[in-house]
Design a protein around this ligand. Structure first.
Ligand SMILES: Cc1cc2nc3c(=O)[nH]c(=O)nc-3n(C[C@H](O)[C@H](O)[C@H](O)COP(=O)(O)OP(=O)(O)OC[C@H]3O[C@@H](n4cnc5c(N)ncnc54)[C@H](O)[C@@H]3O)c2cc1C
Length: 458
């Protein structure tokens, strides 16, 4: 087990271990005492016990894609799982046993090629399964196929005391319940996820895309909201505003990605959008051949590495005038690389969810992905996000942990009952606050966890 102690290695080695695998280039001023590069479960157990010996906390990194760099914490031993990669696929049961640092692309490359199966992981190829699944996981076609964490059959966990436990619906149910929605407040280190897989569609992916001038914002938004709830069940729907390459005006782009076994079925699925779309597209395509790999590449281009990011998000109230609430966000992007997203969640948002920590949703998921390159733009871009969210949050029911930063904005992440139960599970399983938990202002939340309140109502 490799341990990199802050005080006994050169600065470059320490810095690389501290933030080299953090996606957001905006580096935090937080400094772990040591980084353990784990390669197996035994290393994770040893690292948790080491932290008890040193009376410090445990931080965890799987894929390093938390926008707010939650893995980088003061007074902690950071367990970096980047070198711990295992996958076993049971084709009889269609269950994969995977380590948390595996990314969606790494898992799906194996599943599709060797088994004709897939797992609806994060849209961006390099998001780690660890952070993604603990938050709930807004994976491919979440609107119809449900949350990725609903496919977690079981987990293996190293507890705050250093014990390795198997957790599922009948053993250690409290941890199994919390693992589906606690996000970075999960009171243990997940060493393995046992995941139910889906067949990869035999016809691959197909997509339709419609690009509009931003002047048509209201018409297009009203259209997409009206057709989404009853649209085909294997099709995900998203709309972004962005600056297309080489253009100096913001455009609105609506994307339908369908996952069907044959091209005719895909065409039938996508036809209602083609026939009802508002006139005035600047560019469009209908039922074009596509694939998960192409979608991953598009997502990676839209979210480039080595850039500075500030993300925030909200579930907009189902009764709100959604286009009006989001108009400023969609039409005033502060940087040419930034984009705003509306992601359709209906009908999944209208279902009764399984009994798990994840419990916040609405028909309309909205997120800002503010992207820039120069440190000199930090204040301007961050202020833009803050100002937009100050308006939007008043029409929201809460937010998704995955695109949030609790140091900046407090809101609701769970139904009240679920939040209460989750904080109790955390206190019972980790009474001393060994695992870092939620990173709020000054990193004070500890065993108390998050308050789950709308700050603007206080
Ligand atoms: C470009 C980009 C695209 C994204 N796209 C999506 C998307 O399509 N859908 C979606 O739902 N989210 C998406 N996200 C959000 C993403 O899911 C979260 O940022 C998530 O935290 C990333 O997981 P990770 O393991 O890579 O992150 P990390 O930074 O490694 O982990 C985040 C935190 O999760 C906890 N954690 C991670 N692994 C473990 C573990 N094994 N045991 C205990 N705790 C652990 C720790 O507190 C850790 O600090 C995206 C993020 C980015 C940057």
């Amino acid at each position: 087990m490799q341990i990199i102690w802050k005080d006994s290695v050169d600065a470059a080695t320490y810095e690389d271990a501290r933030v080299g695998r953090v996606f957001n280039q905006r580096r935090p001023e937080r400094f772990p005492l040591a980084i353990v590069k784990a390669t197996c479960e035994e290393d994770i157990i040893s690292a948790v016990k080491l932290s008890a010996k040193h009376k410090c906390r445990v931080a965890v990194r799987s894929g390093g894609h938390s926008w707010a760099a939650w893995s980088v914490r003061d007074n902690s031993i950071l367990i970096d799982l980047g070198n711990y990669k295992t996958v076993e696929v049971d084709t009889e049961t269609c269950i994969a046993h995977v380590s948390p640092s595996l990314t969606g692309r790494e898992l799906n490359t194996i599943l599709i090629k060797d088994h004709g199966l897939m797992f609806p992981g994060g849209h961006c190829p390099d998001v780690g399964l660890g952070g993604f699944l603990l938050q709930g996981g807004m994976g491919w076609n979440c609107k119809n196929w449900g949350w990725a964490c609903e496919r977690v059959q079981a987990i293996d966990v190293v507890t705050a005391d250093g014990d390795l436990l198997h957790c599922n619906a009948s053993q250690n149910q409290d941890l199994y319940w919390a693992a589906r929605g606690a996000g970075p407040g999960f009171p243990g280190v997940v060493t393995k996820f046992h995941l139910t897989l889906k067949p990869y569609p035999k016809g691959g992916f197909r997509s339709s895309g419609y690009l509009y001038p931003i002047d048509l914002y209201r018409d297009v938004f009203n259209w997409i909201i009206s057709i989404s709830p009853s649209f085909d069940e294997d099709t995900e729907i998203a709309m972004v505003s962005h600056y297309p390459e080489g253009e100096d005006k913001i455009k609105l782009f609506v994307l339908f990605v369908t996952m069907k076994d044959d091209p005719e079925e895909a065409e039938r699925a996508l036809r209602p959008a083609q026939e009802s779309r508002p006139a005035g597209t600047s560019n469009e395509w209908f039922c074009q051949e596509d694939s998960l790999e192409t979608q991953y590449n598009n997502q990676a281009n839209a979210n480039p590495e080595k850039h500075r990011y500030c993300a925030d998000n909200a579930y907009i109230d189902n009764d709100a005038d959604v286009p009006a609430v989001l108009e400023e966000a969609f039409t005033t992007l502060p940087h040419r690389k930034s984009f705003a997203l509306w992601y359709s969640m209906n009908p999944c948002s209208r279902r009764k969810l399984p009994d798990m920590a994840l419990s916040m949703q609405s028909d309309h998921y909205f997120a800002l992905y503010t992207i820039w390159e120069e440190q000199s733009d930090d204040a301007r871009c961050r202020a833009w996000v803050k100002n937009i969210m100050a308006i939007v949050e008043r029409q929201s029911v809460g937010a998704y942990l995955g695109d949030s930063d609790f140091q900046i904005r407090r809101t609701k992440f769970w139904a009240d009952q679920n939040a209460k139960r989750l904080m109790e599970v955390r206190r019972q399983r980790d009474p001393q606050g060994r695992i870092c938990g939620y990173l709020d202002q000054q990193d004070m939340s500890g065993v108390d966890g998050l308050e789950n309140v709308h700050e603007w109502k206080l």
